[in-house]
Design a protein around this ligand. Structure first.
Ligand code: NAD
Length: 253
């Protein structure tokens, strides 16, 4: 489909008065300088994932995990919301986006001005750290300060292991967030996917729930997804270029 036509159809859906839900993946943040996972040069080209059971079992695995998180933290410290995050925040402000379900752990939707309660973080957040024994929350800055001071895998005063509050491979998904995301997806009239391969489950099942319930599905993504043939609109373009054009069309309505 011609890109301008796709942009027009998405704007039309957003303005049609139904329940509009946006679903984002790592691709919305690449233009903020945070690499995604699966593109060339992405995170999996540089690191091997540390599974949750390894983290809990082995100090060497915890050290490796924190080493990877330190590199990600440096990218995150520099990252600011890009034109795509800002356009979604503008649409939210205009009352045209009810909630954002995100696979991202970078907090950039909140930084763009969308209130905390309207962002559902399916994979947790890298902005905080949790003790795996007592559940106490620490700031990410505090944990990284301890790493810089020579403690490569910091622990809680209770002896528990500290871990960024994100979901690792093999770790249970946050129940409340998953339930909320399913509920929003099932009740959506319009469901917009931005920057996700739609391969990681259960997050990637959300567009399917929306479709089953009769929602109009649109995708803005640079590479293929399993929903490309069944969605209503597919825009093969950069989120930071496409979304501001959509918001602009609605400004003048
Ligand atoms: P992914 O890495 O599997 O896929 C990203 C998709 O975005 C790709 O299809 C790519 O073609 C597309 N893309 C890249 N830049 C784009 C752009 N500028 N505009 C439009 N599309 C673009 O990411 P995923 O599907 O979100 O799943 C991977 C997992 O990685 C998630 O679980 C998430 O938690 C985690 N992750 C998060 C971050 C972050 O918080 N920023 C970064 C890396 C990975």
């Amino acid at each position: 489909m011609d890109m301008e036509k796709g942009i027009g159809l998405v704007a039309e859906q957003l303005a049609s008065g139904g329940r509009n839900i946006v679903f984002t993946g790592a691709g919305i943040s690449t233009e903020s300088g945070i690499p995604d996972f699966r593109s060339q040069g992405g995170i999996w080209d540089q690191y091997r994932p540390v599974y949750f059971d390894e983290f809990m079992r082995s100090r060497a695995a915890r050290i490796e995990y924190w080493r990877q998180k330190t590199a990600f933290y440096r990218d995150l410290q520099k990252a600011r919301p890009n034109q795509a995050h800002l356009a979604i925040a503008q649409l939210h402000e205009m009352g045209l986006v009810e909630a954002v379900i995100t696979q991202n752990i970078d907090g950039l939707h909140q930084a763009s001005g969308i209130p905390e309660e309207s962002v559902i973080e399916l994979h947790g957040s890298n902005r905080r750290v949790r003790c795996m024994s007592c559940g106490k929350i620490f700031s990410i800055e505090e944990a990284h300060k301890r790493i810089e001071e020579g403690d490569p895998a910091p622990e809680c005063e209770c002896g528990g292991y500290l871990k960024p509050d994100t979901i690792s491979f093999g770790q249970a998904m946050p129940e409340r967030e998953v339930e909320k995301a399913i509920e929003l997806s099932r009740s959506a009239d319009f469901f917009l996917v931005v920057g996700s391969t739609l391969l990681v489950h259960p997050a990637a099942a959300m567009p399917g729930y929306a479709q089953e319930a009769g929602a109009f599905l649109a995708i803005i993504n640079l590479s293929e997804t399993p929903f490309d043939t069944s969605c209503n609109v597919l825009i093969r373009g950069k989120a930071g270029e496409v979304l501001p054009k959509i918001a602009k069309r609605l400004e003048t309505k």
